[in-house]
Design a protein around this ligand. Structure first.
Ligand SMILES: CSCCC(=O)C(=O)COP(=O)(O)O
Ligand SMILES: [Zn+2]
Length: 208
């Protein structure tokens, strides 16, 4: 059982995040999914297929950390396991956001297969929780868009257990996953990634 007040707060944070992310053009055409932790065993997550700029309370539901719906007949996001694996792996994670921006999508397709995106020397890296110098190296792995969500959940879980300080990943031709202690932290991470993706794309353009 979960606390209804905590659920309502989590659901509202998801609704507000959707309005912002859709407004930025980072969650077009029903793409993306969002979640927020309710307690040690439950998260609030978006219902599959909903318009993320027009979310209402009925577009958010509760699942347990195995991804099983709790007190709902709705179908949670098709990518629910990519969220639950992060809450299982990192007890401090309070929110997870998945977005489909043009920059994340294009950059993930331009990176050589098998190579992560490496970010270093950007002042804005300090926007990520726990990063206090632009000299640190951020590694953003790029996973293939296999459509096999259980396999991807295992892959991402394994990778981040070995690299617990890294703040997100890309799925090739698909989008970004990032997380944070709070929804505010998580939204800041999305914004920071978007800025850094634009810098990387602009650098590639200038160097051509
Ligand atoms: C229209 S985007 C295709 C599915 C997807 O990648 C996504 O992020 C949304 O899936 P959901 O089941 O969470 O609505
Ligand atoms: Zn997606």
């Amino acid at each position: 059982m979960f606390d209804v007040t905590r659920y309502a707060i989590a659901a509202q944070s998801i609704i507000d995040a959707g309005r912002f992310l859709y407004g930025q053009g980072w969650s077009p055409a029903t793409s993306s999914n969002y979640s927020a932790r309710i307690d040690d065993e439950h998260i609030a997550v978006t219902v599959s297929g909903r318009h993320k700029g027009q979310l209402v309370a009925g577009d958010v539901m509760v699942v347990d950390l195995a991804g099983k719906a709790v007190q709902s007949n709705a179908r949670s996001s098709a990518e629910t396991q990519l969220h639950t694996v992060l809450y299982q792996t990192f007890p401090e994670v309070g929110a997870v956001l998945h977005t489909h921006s043009v920059k994340a999508t294009v950059l993930s397709r331009l990176l050589p297969a098998g190579e992560p995106l490496t970010l270093q020397g950007y002042e804005l890296q300090k926007a990520f929780s726990g990063i206090d110098t632009h000299e640190s190296e951020l590694t953003v792995p790029v996973f293939d868009n296999t459509q096999d969500i259980p396999a991807l959940a295992r892959q991402t879980g394994d990778w981040f257990r070995q690299h617990p300080g890294q703040p997100g990943y890309l799925i090739r031709g698909h989008g970004l996953y990032t997380w944070g202690r709070t929804m505010a932290d998580c939204l800041r991470h999305v914004e920071a990634f978007e800025f850094l993706f634009e810098c990387e794309l602009e650098t590639m353009r200038v160097r051509r």
